[in-house]
Design a protein around this ligand. Structure first.
Ligand code: G
Ligand code: G
Ligand code: MN
Ligand code: NA
Length: 251
């Protein structure tokens, strides 16, 4: 209840920060982009989006949060560009946001107002969000692709995964959920991950493995020809400034 009371003030006062987790090539240690992750700074403490995003959805603040997020991303992208850096950035879109039929139009409008190149922004959507309204989702995805965005299916393998969804919807990227990566000690899980990567690549998708923490996990992903990874092995999500430092360091 205290959190719900404070979220009004937090949205109005923009007490949110965006952190960036590097997304790195598997074949060589080069940063390709980042996943933008929101944090709410409340009384010196960082609160996870897992807590406040559902609250914002219930309280009808989710549009405000999206604007806030894209404002911050556009500002950070512009600052990085001034330093000669143009990483790809992907943002998470919840099922509630994605079920708005005018989502792609609102997004185009916000990005145009902030001069943010659309090719530099990707959207991460869960299977559950796509499958709750498949026809609407197909339509929105088509628009997003026409607008130049990449579209990832997030947390792949955790929902009602249907392999057919990968073929049926105009996606560009598959993100393998971190529970599969932390499970790579098991032979069965290795078989699932290996087959998922092969299948996605066969369908022309690129593949990102999430939650990579150990060198042997990265070795396995390299054997499977996975394209990209993110995880504590390389870096947790860091501030925009620290992310820029990581980009500049690799030149
Ligand atoms: O970074 P962290 O572990 O706290 O993220 C928790 C969850 O919150 C993740 O599943 C992530 O996808 C989600 N999340 C992070 N940032 C955003 C955001 O800006 N919008 C939405 N809808 N979800 C987000
Ligand atoms: O659901 P989504 O993948 O969007 O959320 C990403 C979440 O995963 C973030 O909350 C981030 O902090 C967390 N995360 C990122 N890398 C790792 C990792 O290597 N290990 C663990 N346990 N969590 C991670
Ligand atoms: Mn994500
Ligand atoms: Na994920």
């Amino acid at each position: 209840a205290a959190l719900e009371r404070d979220i009004h003030a937090a949205v109005a006062g923009r007490h949110f920060e965006v952190h960036y987790q590097p997304i790195v090539r598997v074949d060589q240690p080069v940063i390709a982009g980042a996943e933008a992750l929101l944090r709410w700074r409340r009384e010196g403490e960082l609160i996870s989006p897992g807590v406040f995003i559902p609250m914002c959805e219930e309280m009808n603040f989710i549009q405000d949060i999206t604007v806030l997020l894209l404002d911050a991303v556009a500002r950070d992208v512009a600052a990085w560009r001034a330093e000669g850096q143009t990483p790809h950035v992907s943002v998470n879109i919840s099922a509630v946001q994605f079920s708005d039929p005018s989502f792609h139009e609102r997004l185009a409008h916000i990005l145009a107002a902030r001069s943010m190149p659309r090719e530099q922004l990707g959207l991460e959507i869960t299977e559950t969000a796509i499958m709750s309204k498949p026809e609407l989702a197909a339509n929105t995805l088509r628009h997003l692709r026409e607008q130049g965005h990449t579209v990832s299916i997030d947390d792949f393998g955790t929902g009602y995964s249907s392999l057919r969804n990968l073929q049926r919807f105009p996606l560009t990227t598959l993100k393998i959920d971190r529970q599969f990566i932390s499970g790579l000690g098991s032979r069965e899980t290795r078989a699932i991950v290996k087959a998922s990567i092969a299948m996605a690549k066969g369908l022309g998708l690129s593949v990102v493995a999430e939650g990579v923490e150990r060198p042997e996990e990265l070795d396995f992903l390299r054997d499977c020809r996975c394209d990209f990874y993110q995880g504590f092995l390389f870096s947790p999500a860091v501030t925009a400034q620290d992310f820029l430092a990581l980009l500049l360091r690799q030149q």
